[in-house]
Design a protein around this ligand. Structure first.
Ligand code: HEC
Length: 144
């Protein structure tokens, strides 16, 4: 019993280390920023796995992941409206001084996700380059 508990806590610690390398956010504003991004991370993982062939193509899952990116990117301006204050935040202050450009980068993700053809593995493969590029463009400019 005791060693089983210990093993379980080691697994938990490993998972925590992988998923949350930094301090946990406590400011609800920053938690909302991160939750939206985590949903993108999940969707990108689903689509990326299908694009690389690591996971089998699943049309319903691909469509759901695409929908998450399309609707979530439209939510970026509202979710990121305020900076929040939290040592766990990786959002650069430039977001709020270059707001129009930040919103354009959110829109670029929406456009790339909308253009992605989620009806086949080839479609996902063809579309993921632009989606990943849109994630990266914003992270390079606005993520610590
Ligand atoms: C318009 C800008 C923008 C776009 C587009 C964007 N991100 Fe982010 N992302 C950010 C910012 C800013 C942060 C830092 C948030 C924080 O720490 O508060 C972030 C953080 C993250 C995180 C870390 C979340 C955490 O738990 O700390 C993940 C994962 C992530 N983004 C995935 C993605 C993926 C995948 C895409 C594309 C499908 C994407 N992002 C598109 C701005 C963007």
């Amino acid at each position: 019993m005791k060693s089983a508990t210990k093993a379980f806590s080691i697994v938990l610690a490993l998972c925590a280390g992988a998923a949350f390398a930094e301090v946990e956010a406590t400011d609800p504003i920053v938690i909302a920023h991160k939750d939206l991004m985590k949903s993108f991370g999940g969707a990108a993982k689903t689509l990326g796995g299908m694009a690389s062939g690591d996971t089998a193509f699943d049309a319903a899952a691909a469509e759901a992941a695409k929908a998450k990116l399309v609707s979530g990117s439209a939510d970026i301006p509202a979710v990121f409206e305020k900076p929040g204050s939290d040592p766990a935040s990786e959002a650069k202050p430039e977001i709020w001084t270059n707001w129009d450009d930040f919103v354009l980068k959110a829109k670029a993700l929406g456009d790339a996700a909308t253009a992605l053809d989620a009806s086949s593995a080839d479609g996902v493969k063809a579309g993921m380059g632009a989606v990943g590029g849109a994630c990266k463009a914003c992270h390079t400019a606005y993520r610590l």
